[in-house]
Design a protein around this ligand. Sequence first.
Ligand code: SAM
Length: 384
Amino acid sequence: MALAAERLRTRLADSFPSAWRAIAARVPRHAFIPDTVWIEDGDGPVPIRRGDDPERWLDACYADRPLITQLDDGDDSGRGYITSSASKPSIVADMLQAAEVRPGMRVLEIGSGTGWNAALLAARTGPDRVTTIEVDPSLADHARRSLGAAGWRVAVVTGDGTRGHAPGAPFDRVLSTAAVQRVPSAWVEQTAAGGQILTPWGTTFHNGVLARLAVHGDGTASGRFTGNAAFMWIRGQRRPHAVVEEQVLPEHDYTEHRTDLHPYEPIGDFDARFAIGLRMPTGAGEVVVFDGDRPGDPNFTVYLMAPETGSWAEWRITPDSAGAYRVRQHGPRRLFDELCAAYQWWQRLGRPRRDRFGLTATTGGDQTVWIDDPAHPASETDRH
Ligand SMILES: C[S@@+](CC[C@H](N)C(=O)[O-])C[C@H]1O[C@@H](n2cnc3c(N)ncnc32)[C@H](O)[C@@H]1O
């Protein structure tokens, strides 16, 4: 087992960017992974238990895939929603590289999870420079124990990371491993001038970019979007889970029309979907669900749902309706119409890639998304 772990650890470390390779080799991932984890197999989470199959568990610890470490906030009677995971190692490596962490820096990590990323950061910065915050007490305990057992001097705080950690401020880097829709003002306040905030960022319509913000020392932080990495939402900014059977009811009235727009164009295109998310009105929760979209299944339905208003749109795709797909809409928000308007806006702009967009966040809690430079807003300022 020890030899196998050594071999796997070396292989994983070799996949890291050169600046992080020696560090990854010093921080064995399996020392942070709980004895029971789950992997996604398409039909839901499948458990892997170290006690049942130690080799499979060890292989999973070093595979380039996320490992689910908690479901439903630890509630065994839940629906199986993922609430914590050990992020995919290549994404961890990308984020560490993007954060430009150097020895001696003070780093605040949001979302301790297993503690592995905090250990990597500590191996880079040196002892007592990293603080990590975890909202879930049992996960925080796990991270604290694992970091302590491996000898990494990291402060693990149990609490809400959207508040940052004022006693440890100012930080040179704030690095979140949970996605936000609004950059918390505390992160801007608690980062030193010249420092950086790196966080997964998304909208109710799209989750999958990183915001890399330079902190200016005048109460603002700004920078472009980059990357392709979907993280779980930070607690406090989670969207309600929408289940088609609960939202789309037989007794609902609806309007119906046909469209030649195939979902592949606005939803299948990463940049289009990102941009559409910037324009869909915020605060009402759009959720996209594909139903019946399996390999080889030519029939499928896309649902857009805004659970807070009860609105939904159903977009039915069948081969015999090519070019005239059926759309039904219910409720005060016309979600399909909103999507089309946002898609047309993006097309009129010349279909810009996501990295032409950026974000400015302030200590007052305002957030503005812009295109090309902060003088050209791409969405209304989202006021605190
Ligand atoms: C993708 S996991 C983090 C992975 C972790 N960095 C690692 O190395 O294993 C995201 C974590 O963020 C935590 N989280 C969610 N909301 C939070 C909040 N408001 N404050 C602190 N942690 C939060 C979740 O409980 C979860 O453990």
